[in-house]
Design a protein around this ligand. Structure first.
Ligand code: NAD
Length: 353
């Protein structure tokens, strides 16, 4: 497995490959950039086919955190960690204790919260061995409700530009991963705004209950969510779902949701543009959670500051939509360019200091 010439390497500052034979921990802690402050990003526990897949995921997610944090103008850098889920039965406590020790070894260059497959309870276990965790009870807590609020505001912005609608009332929205931490909070907000909802998730019972509560339609076949005759597709499960297999099945005018790394490859942004589909860059629209977590790092980042930042998030989306339209370029390309420029400026300033 090559690292420095990996297509996703993108000048990562540091990558820690941690392993602990006793607990079965195999984790990759990726620090993309500390140019603007300590790298912050969640920890994912997932079944990967091999360590190359885990590395690719860690690198992409970590770069995405740098882009997210710089686009939200936060005084932190970007990083992310992935734990390869051990096969068969394993001791979860021992696993997260070992993860905590690995995190501590980075001396605060990277701070972790939870991500897919990891709960705040897991991070509390890691905390026994590290000072560098955020997003916990007793602090700012689960970031998901604030992520959902930011995504909701981002969907409003996307509906304005992509559908010419100033209200979500009657707007048809297909949500993938509807019962998740972010998905469920978002679905309730969208239902409250009068949207007509179509929901999918692998957790059938939770899905039926949420649909009954919100008056939504259940899409039973997981693959059929791409083909729903809706206005907006809202991915809130995993990444890579805008790809050559799915893109021609989309009937929507807007893709706007919480999932990280929605585009399997960057060229999917141009493909969406060609099809007249407006794409809300994932790392801009889903920044609400990390914004909320800032209160664990510095007390001045309080609830009022968070509210202001969510308003700015919506404004940033409108700005990148406008810039992309004026320049006739894909939104993801324009946004990546801004993020990369800001990161390079920060790196120069750090070096000059
Ligand atoms: P979660 O694990 O709570 O929710 C994911 C949901 O997707 C689950 O309900 C799961 O059953 C469902 N799912 C999995 N595979 C599916 C499939 N093939 N089809 C339909 N549903 C499927 O995770 P979360 O914290 O809600 O995060 C959701 C996404 O948002 C992730 O991509 C995450 O990286 C991203 N994100 C989360 C936050 C946050 O604050 N939690 C912040 C930014 C980005």
């Amino acid at each position: 497995m090559s690292v420095y010439d990996h297509p996703e390497f993108d000048n990562h500052e540091k990558i820690l490959f941690a392993s602990d034979a006793q607990s079965g921990l195999k984790a990759i802690l990726a620090v993309h950039s500390t140019a603007r402050g300590p790298a912050v990003g969640g920890c994912r526990l997932w079944t990967y086919d091999n360590s190359a897949d885990a590395l690719t995921d860690a690198l992409r997610l970590s770069q995405g955190m740098s882009y997210k944090n710089v686009m939200a103008d936060l005084p932190i850098g970007g990083g992310k960690s992935v734990i390869m889920k051990p096969e068969g039965n394993f001791d979860r406590t021992a696993l997260f204790e070992a993860f905590g020790r690995a995190l501590q070894a980075l001396n605060g260059e990277y701070m972790s919260a939870e991500d897919v497959g990891v709960s705040p309870e897991d991070i509390m276990i890691a905390k026994r061995h590290t000072d560098y965790v955020v997003g916990l009870d007793g602090g700012t807590g689960d970031p998901s409700p604030t992520t959902a609020k930011g995504v909701f505001m981002g969907i409003q912005a996307s509906a304005e530009r992509g559908l010419g609608k100033s209200s979500l009332s009657g707007v048809k929205i297909a949500v993938q991963g509807a019962t998740g931490h972010v998905g469920s909070a978002l679905v309730r907000r969208l239902a409250g705004a009068g949207a007509e909802l179509f929901l999918s998730d692998i957790r059938e019972d939770a899905l039926k209950a949420l649909a009954a509560e919100t008056g939504a339609t259940v899409i039973e076949d997981l693959n059929a969510i791409y083909e729903v005759e809706a206005d907006i597709f809202t991915p809130c499960a995993l990444g890579g779902i805008i790809n050559p297999d799915t893109i021609d099945r989309l009937k929507v005018k807007v893709v706007a949701g919480a999932a990280n790394n929605q585009l399997k490859t960057p060229d999917m942004g141009a493909e969406l543009q060609k099809r007249g589909i407006l794409y809300a860059p994932d790392y801009v629209i889903n920044a609400g959670g990390i914004i909320n977590t800032m209160g664990d790092i510095e007390p001045q980042f309080d609830a009022k500051w968070v509210e202001g930042k969510l308003v700015t998030l919506k404004a940033t989306l409108l700005e990148v939509f406008d810039k992309a339209e004026n320049e006739g370029r894909p939104v993801n390309e324009v946004t990546d360019e801004i993020a990369r420029r800001r990161l390079a400026e920060a790196a120069e300033m750090k070096q000059a200091a």
